[in-house]
Design a protein around this ligand. Structure first.
Ligand SMILES: Nc1ncnc2c1ncn2[C@@H]1O[C@H](COP(=O)(O)OP(=O)(O)OP(=O)(O)O)[C@@H](O)[C@H]1O
Length: 323
């Protein structure tokens, strides 16, 4: 049996930018190593998060994957094609959404823009009609089909951008900050759409975002990049587990909290009015044992166990690898 090749393969990818010091053509050149030999593969049908702090090299990698930029060395295959060598065949197989800039034409209506893309990609009329109707339903575009892109709200424009990226049924969708600047309902709509797309069409998705809720909602796997290198590549839950096993217990008392001892593995980190926050390592002291220990205290009113927020996990992860 032939094992299907991954949708995206990246091997030892390097990109070095050469910039002139001081901007003058006579100045000395300086090298910026944006990608320092990254490797990863995304299997067909997976949603992979691609994250990292500012300047990590994400945009550079995405530009190479989209065929916009040539690497200095290394190998990339997207659906068995080398993006910068087979540009025309490559763009027919991928869809790209850049949250920060539009791919549509400002002066055309959404419908006209989709028709232009039909001609550019050579999508047959039947398939175009089916895709247009499906995307208009799923992304709620009917009311804005005749409106020019210039007049759209950011949320409407992002929905139109996603439709434009998918009108030709690409196998791979690259999303670069697809929820940036959107309000909460629009973010939820984009996430729900991407989830359905993967389930119904089996599209492979590479998702770059600084919104960790996008990652938590969508990515089965997270590739973390920093200083042009892969820092981690694992299921999101594994990243959470290796980064931080810490849990938090908030304890409210009816009056002023008493002073109390804690078992090993737990420590008091905050006292505020009637509440005390305790952080603990569940490998040393399981939550039920800690709760039982506190249950004996007088004046106990309420207990809440929580995990650190996802932003905190990622911030600590970046900080641990900052050198
Ligand atoms: N055209 C360019 N010329 C020179 N240096 C560049 C160029 N584009 C990016 N760089 C540099 O390469 C490094 C990686 O940048 P890149 O834009 O890929 O990072 P990023 O992870 O996308 O960051 P962000 O989250 O801020 O968008 C940075 O040091 C950046 O200054």
């Amino acid at each position: 049996m032939r094992i299907a090749s991954p949708a995206i393969e990246v091997e030892n990818l390097r990109k070095i930018y050469r910039v002139r010091e001081g901007g003058s053509w006579r100045g000395r050149t300086r090298e910026i190593v944006a990608l320092d030999g990254i490797s990863f593969a995304v299997p067909r049908g997976q949603i992979a998060g691609f994250i990292g702090p500012n300047g990590a090299g994400k945009s550079t990698a995405i530009k190479i994957l989209s065929g916009i930029l040539r690497p200095s060395s290394g190998l990339v295959r997207v659906g068995d094609l080398i993006p910068w060598e087979n540009r025309i065949a490559h763009v027919a197989r991928i869809g790209v959404v850049f949250g920060q800039r539009t791919q549509l034409w400002w002066d055309l209506s959404v419908g006209e823009g989709l028709a232009l893309l039909r001609d550019i990609y050579g999508v047959e009329p039947d398939r175009f009609a089916r895709n247009r109707a499906r995307l208009a339903d799923a992304l709620d575009l009917h009311a804005i089909m005749d409106q020019s892109v210039r007049q759209l709200s950011l949320g409407q424009r992002m929905r139109a951008e996603i439709a434009a990226a998918l009108i030709h049924d690409p196998e791979v969708l690259i999303l670069d900050e697809p929820t940036i600047g959107l309000d909460a309902p629009s973010k939820l709509a984009v996430r729900a759409f991407v989830r359905d797309l993967r389930r119904e069409q089996g599209t492979t998705v590479l998702l770059t975002t600084h919104d960790m809720h996008d990652i938590e909602a969508l990515a089965e796997r997270v590739i973390v990049i920093g200083h042009g290198r892969i820092l981690a590549d694992s299921p999101f839950e594994a990243l959470r587990a290796t980064t931080l096993s810490e849990r938090r217990l908030e304890v409210d008392f009816i009056g002023t909290p008493p002073v109390f001892d804690l078992p090993p593995g737990a420590k008091e980190t905050e006292r505020d009015g009637r509440s005390v926050t305790i952080t603990f390592d569940p490998r040393q002291i399981p939550a039920p044992a800690l709760v039982a220990h506190l249950g004996a205290l007088a004046g106990l009113d309420d207990l809440r166990i929580g995990r650190p927020a996802i932003e905190e996990i990622i911030t600590r992860f970046y900080a641990d690898h900052a050198s």
